[in-house]
Structure formats: structure tokens, C-alpha cells
Write a protein that binds this ligand. Sequence first.
Ligand SMILES: [Mg+2]
Length: 365
Amino acid sequence: MLGEISMRKIIHVDADCFYAALEMRENPALRDVPLAVGGNPDGRGVVATCNYLARQYGVRSAMASANARRLCPNLVFVKPNFNLYKRASEEMREIFAQFSDLIEPASLDEAYLDVSESEQCRGSATLIASQIRQLVYQEIGITVSAGIAPVKFLAKIASDWNKPNGMFTVSPAEVATFCLNLPLTKLPGVGKATSTKLARLGLFNCRDILQCDKDLLVSTFGKYSYSLIQMSEGKDSRLVKPNHARKSISIERTYSADLDNQAALAECLPELMDGLRQRYRNLPKQYTVLKKYVKLKFDNFQHTTMEMTLSQNADPLCFDDFQRLMTVGWCRQKRAVRLMGLGFRLAEGSHSSLQLPLPFPCSGL
Ligand SMILES: [Mg+2]
């Protein structure tokens, strides 16, 4: 029986060959060649990421660049451009943030989302994951894979299941069966040394763990044996822990047909306001809205953001303010809009505690 803590809806999102995919997006000449992002093959460089074409030659992350070139003589090397990757990572996070406040980044291109309380897609984590994948592809131009499961480690395993550009769901009802046949090499913490030891004991999948002599397991693996048993039962008590304070909440829509005049934009505003209202209602109490903003992306892919500072006691959800910001934004280019977003910039603390002290005493002025 799975405890209540296990019954979350967790999505693990992981970009496919992230650095390489971004380099391929930036430079079409790199799209159909085996590509490695990493250090110099003539020196002591290491492959950070490679594309799937390079993987066909056996090239892998963390491999010495010189070895990689030996495996694949035509391998094209590019130096990492971390500013590019960081920007894409932030854009990905903005997309995730439309679906949940509980986001735990695991690396630049990987994150866990707890969508248990999300109301989008009728609360279906699988539909949310597929929408996230679509938005990342549309907005950032790269593919991500997703795993959906009631616990973290299974979500992570599931995101790898149909990689690249795929997704896989382990529903609560499927957890037990899925785990029975799961190879132990898929479990976090089982590396080469551990898997060799496990194999020597005749243990290959989770079913073997559940059926084996537990004393033998403890005497061989010590504390880790408890994790092995827990995971074999499909349990993982780790929660999705957001490691940063929220800086904003927002809602965005990419429209299937461009909005080519101000009236069309205005028509879409109420639906977005509803979405933002929902997110605002779910916002933890410690946050205060500092600014409201409207973001527009035009059909030429340029975007613009209009912001206004919120005075104390003002209604953050005032419709007229958003309409005004939208109009100002539209007038900047007066061309068709493919995406509109509304949002709040946030700070932790109450409005009064956030007032900046005046630099000089005001008396005598
Ligand atoms: Mg990845």
C-alpha cells in the first residue's frame, strides 16, 4: 500500500542533448552532422554533451574529446556557450512556472515539478507534461522528454524511458507492476560497482530485491539496502523542493492563429486574467506583488514587456491596468501577436516591510 506522501503527481522534465540541441538551433549547419559540445580534442578536453548522431558512434558525455574523435573522426566540436544555455534554461523555467509553483531544478536542463495541486488540463499530469513539451518546442525550439509518476525516482526513470522527444507515465495503479520488472541498474545510486555486487548475488530487478533474503542485503549494502527495498516497492518519500523564492507568477498563451489587431488581443484578456487570478489565489501568503506586467511576442518573434509598479492597497488584478499595459505594448510594433502573457513580479514579505528606506532624512526640504 502506498502511503499518502507517495500519491503526488510529479513530472520530471529533461531536455534532449540540451547543449547540442541549442547549438543546432543556433547554427543550421550543425544540424545534420555528429556534434559534440566540449573541450578541445587536441588537448585534454571532455565532451559535455553530444547530439544523437554522435551517440550512434558511441560518443558519450564525460568522454575525453580525443577518444570521442577516435570513435567518430568526423565529429564536429563546438565550445560551450553557457550564456546561451542559461537563457534557455530560464525560458524553460518560465514555462514550468505556468503549471506549478513547486519546481525543483535538478540542473540547467532538468527539473521536477509537483503538479498535484495544478488545475490546468483538468489536473491531468500527463496532459500537463505533454503541453509543457509542446510549449518548449514552440517557444525555445528544442525537444524535452518527460516522465510522470507519483514519486520522484520513478518520474526520473520514466523521463528516460522514451527519450528523446518522448514521455512515459507510471500511474499510481501501475507502480507495483512497473517496479517488479525494473532493472536495478535504473535505480539512483546503482552504479557499476553496486550493480556488479547485485548481479553476483543473483539480483537483477526489483522483484529479486523483494524476494531475496533481507539480512544478506543489509550485510552487503548496509544502509543503502533500505533504499533498495523502498524503491523496489515504488516508494520514495522525497518531496519536490523549490530551491529558490518565486520571483514572479505568470500565465501565457501561444495562439494557434495570430492576434492581428487590438480588439483580438482584448478578447483574449479575460481568459488570461482568470488564469492569473487562479495562480494568485494559490500564491503562498509570504509573497507580495510588486509589479504587474504584460508580455507580448510578435509574429517576428520579438517580444516586449510592459510593467507597472503596484502601489500599496491597489488591486493587483485590476482589469483596466492590464488592458492599458496590453495597449501600450501593442502600439510598440502594431503587428500580429502570437503569444500574450500576464504576470506579477513578487517579493517575499509584506508591502510595508519592503518600503526602501530613504537615503537622507526628508526634514527641512
Ligand atoms: Mg538532459
